[in-house]
Write a protein that binds this ligand. Structure first.
Ligand SMILES: NC(=O)c1ccc[n+]([C@@H]2O[C@H](COP(=O)([O-])OP(=O)(O)OC[C@H]3O[C@@H](n4cnc5c(N)ncnc54)[C@H](OP(=O)(O)O)[C@@H]3O)[C@@H](O)[C@H]2O)c1
Length: 231
């Protein structure tokens, strides 16, 4: 039986965390649709099985988001601007305005649950990462819109704030969850962030929750769902 019955729109599916989100949705046999900037890159990463599951576009364009959002009951957003490339759109365009646009259109199109991958440190304006176009503050503004739109009755949100992202396999570490943006430093595998995002779809304790997550000691995990009740 599918643990989540609807289809999930993965935004930023061709990014390093997004790829893991797709893999973990596949692992849990959950239906998905992908919103990507490059169909070629998506086919290279996931193979021909995703050819009917693609909408090509940018979260800078409302009409392209609208074409994708009608396919889904939930969204997992794993996008992030490239803060070190001066030619890329700034965090204000992607992490703030793009996320706000996506959340608004998703809600208008009938999406009920919105899962956003954000970052540790978003509530700290003096954080050193803010020298890159105020990226953390921009992410907080995106988060605020998701909370505003998806905390109304009949809707829900989950906002994950991971530590520094690294690239190990999933379920290989114990995790630390916290709330209130109190964790100063730490890392976590993108694969585990993706797994936590996916299980948030069908874990009631994850709904209407904003939380930080980092990994601790190496230890094989059979599931990550218990962390929601321990936080
Ligand atoms: N790096 C860290 O240590 C760290 C720590 C905490 C939180 N985070 C946050 O975690 C999230 C995932 O990080 P990551 O390292 O997996 O990111 P990533 O590999 O850089 O992937 C970012 C994704 O966003 C997509 N994207 C960028 N601009 C877009 C636009 N205008 N329209 C549609 N898609 C767009 C990219 O598309 P393409 O595939 O076409 O390029 C890519 O798929 C990001 O929000 C990041 O800021 C990162």
């Amino acid at each position: 039986m599918k643990p989540f019955k609807g289809s999930v729109l993965v935004v930023g599916a061709t990014g390093r965390t997004g790829v893991w989100v797709v893999r973990r949705l596949q692992h849990h046999s959950i239906d998905y649709h992908l919103f990507v900037r490059s169909g070629e890159k998506a086919l290279e990463l996931f193979g021909p099985e995703v050819i009917d599951k693609l909408t090509i576009g940018s979260i800078e364009h409302a009409d392209e988001i609208r074409a994708a959002a009608g396919h889904a009951e939930a969204v997992i957003c794993a996008i992030g601007g490239n803060v070190t490339d001066p030619k890329a759109p700034p965090p204000s365009a992607i992490d703030r305005d793009g996320v706000k646009r996506l959340a608004l259109i998703a809600r208008e199109c009938g999406v009920k649950h919105f899962i956003l991958i954000s970052s540790l440190g978003v509530t700290k304006p003096d954080h050193p990462l803010n020298k890159y176009g105020q990226v953390l503050t921009m992410k907080l503004e995106g988060e605020n819109e998701v909370r505003r739109l998806f905390s109304e009755p009949g809707y829900s949100y989950t906002i994950l704030r991971p530590g520094g992202l690294i690239d190990g396999p999933p379920l290989n570490h114990a995790l630390d969850f916290d709330t209130g943006d109190r964790i100063v430093t730490g890392v976590i595998d993108r694969s585990d962030v993706a797994e936590v995002a996916v299980i948030s779809l069908f874990t009631p304790e994850a709904h209407n929750l904003t939380f930080e997550l980092i990994q601790s000691k190496e230890a094989q995990q059979s599931s990550l769902s218990d962390y929601f009740t321990q936080k």
